[in-house]
Design a protein around this ligand. Sequence first.
Ligand code: GDP
Length: 829
Amino acid sequence: MTQVTVKELAQVVDTPVERLLQQMREAGLPHSSAEQVVTDNEKQALLAHLKSSHGDKKAEEPRKITLQRKTTSTLKVAGSKTISVEVRKKKTFVKRSNEEIEAEKQRELEEQRAAAEAARLKAEEEAKRQAEEEAKRQAAAAPAERSEQVAAAPAVVDEPVAPVVEERKKEEPRRLDKSRSDDADRRGGERKTTQHRPTVKEKAPAPRVAPRTIDEESDGFRRGGRGKSKLKKRNQHGFQAPAGPVVREVSIGETITVGELAQQMSVKAAEVIKFMFKMGSPATINQVLDQETAQLVAEELGHKVKLVSDNALEEQLAESLKFEGEAISRAPVVTVMGHVDHGKTSLLDYIRRAKVASGEAGGITQHIGAYHVETERGMVTFLDTPGHAAFTAMRARGAKATDIVILVVAADDGVMPQTQEAVQHAKAAGVPIVVAVNKIDKPDANPDNIKNGLAALDVIPEEWGGDAPYVHVSAKMGTGVDELLEAVLLQAEVLELKAMPSAPGRGVVVESRLDKGRGPVATVLVQDGTLRQGDMVLVGSNYGRIRAMLDENGKPVKEAGPSIPVEILGLDGTPEAGDDMTVVADEKKAREVALFRQGKFREVKLARAHAGKLENIFESMGQEEKKTLNIVLKSDVRGSLEALQGSLSTLGNDEVQVRVVGGGVGGITESDANLALASNAVLFGFNVRADAGARKIVEAEGLDMRYYNVIYDIIEDVKKALTGMLGSDVRENILGIAEVRDVFRSPKFGAVAGCMVVEGTVYRNRPIRVLRDDVVIFEGELESLRRFKDDMAEVRNGMECGIAVKSYNDVKVGDKIEVFEKVQVARSL
Ligand code: GDP
């Protein structure tokens, strides 16, 4: 129980004596001088008072807190110095009185309120802005809507619009008050929206404002540029409400020329050409457009399109054919597919040997590309054209000849790329698959492996709950072949295949050839009806009377029913695989349609000739008679030209072929470009460039021109194009070209080329090539790029610069320095 004087206490609590005395008085203590003694009880009383008092700041409390914290922090940061403790001390002193806290709270509240207010204001503003925007949008949308209506019902909608303006003009010719100008603005906007839509229908509203043009404009459309009575019409219009836009019904056949199309829309051909140019496909007046393109053009120009099949003849033909009778079930037609060497041929041969020729004297005399076998369960017809070529080719021509696919997979090999491809083809065609797990006789056969592999391709075995029968066979030994046929027939039952044998025959061409002695010979599969010797048939764009008919063993037959393949003789030419065959009543009709088809074929081909891009060459090839990728190839030296020609021509398979239609050493010239255009070829420059003339043609005609500097790259691209797999690839972009005007020597860089940038921009940090006469003579990088004495990062078109090429000193006047970059381009179809 120590007793201290007020003074001592004041020292302890670090408070001036006066202040302590006052606090003591406030606490109700009797002390009045510094020397008076303070008892413990009195100290407690003072403390209690100080604690409970609100206003005065207390030194003791914070100090205590500080000390505590100091300890804690020291413990925490064991080993570290006291600096951190002092920081805490300061922090402690920040502790505020209740009033301050109160005030702080108040401030916070106010701030919150202010923030809320601000937010509210902002929200209001936002709402207002949105409303305005909405209004604007509506204002903008309204005319658009209106113009749509104009198209639909021109007379009705136009009238209320037109008079408004004119009335205003009359009423207030000079005044330009706010509402008026607003209105005018809006109308201005309206006009804009209508004007920038380049369709015929919108031209009508514009003339309202400038009445003088009404007659000319609408007349122009009326007459399609060929009317003579302009004056008369104008007079008429002078007193009539202006006519709305003329929406014409345009009949588009299989093909139509630009001129014809323009005529039908009653616009000038130039309009159409201009429009097509804008669409990115320049055309000439006599250019033949295919139906799709023509439809697009006509619709974009605001006309209604009526697609007419020009096949009136064909339709007549179809009508004239009476195809009726009792439908009975027919044999399935099977195609064997699978990876190379997995045993397709062996399987087909085995079946043919075992099932077809067994009873025939003399055996198989020839292959006709299809045969049928009789089994106990029924008949199966095989399209004996191994590989996916026939299947795909027929499908490409829209013919569906195959009912079931037998997928041959060698048990010792498993699922391979072409297996996968076959699955894709079959699935794409919606044809069920029967899996023949072949070479089961081999010791290293692993059939389960195949199930797993194929299941991954969604060919799920039946025993796994899927719908694909898996049959283990050996084409070599013949094991399992009967089971395979059985599985095929089971699938066929599910398909419920039907045909009408009593009807006239029709079918599809499997293959055809020109036989030296017998003329054109076509193998056709009768798909329905019955084909008879002496029938007049139309086959694709060929026709003829069937002089003779042979079965798969070369034996003459008089007739062939559904699912029976036969060779027919007597056609006037060799049709394509996949062409359809129909029996027609008379020769005249057959000839007419055949000729018509020939003509149409040419036209369609012509119309599509412009689609000759490497990317889509695969697709477009499907339409051509010879599936050929034509290439015009120019190269820097004869050596690489020959190497390339050699490797390119071996690239084809039985489906497609590569033909180098033109080639040579040197830059790509105008005549190369023309050759490419004429032969629907792609242009390849190997270490060479196109000259200005060639480039003009390439751009105008949309030819596909590619530059390469690695033989492998060309081969790869062509390969990919042939398989339709041209994916994203790295292509070079030429950024700029500088022409060497002068060469001088610099002690630092050696030869420096005084250049003029003639195209694009030359960049300091990009790879370059030096070209002489459009042939690449050097590839590398720049040593320096300067303008006067300054180093430049880039120099733009039309500017002069000094270029030094790293480790190259043979630059000559007239050379070109090409700056390029490599970019990843996605496949574009
Ligand atoms: P394709 O390319 O699919 O037509 O395959 P092939 O029918 O030409 O057969 C490729 C190779 O596999 C040939 O050497 C055949 O003899 C052999 N082969 C085919 N089937 C079998 C089989 O079941 N067992 C065995 N051991 N070899 C077979």
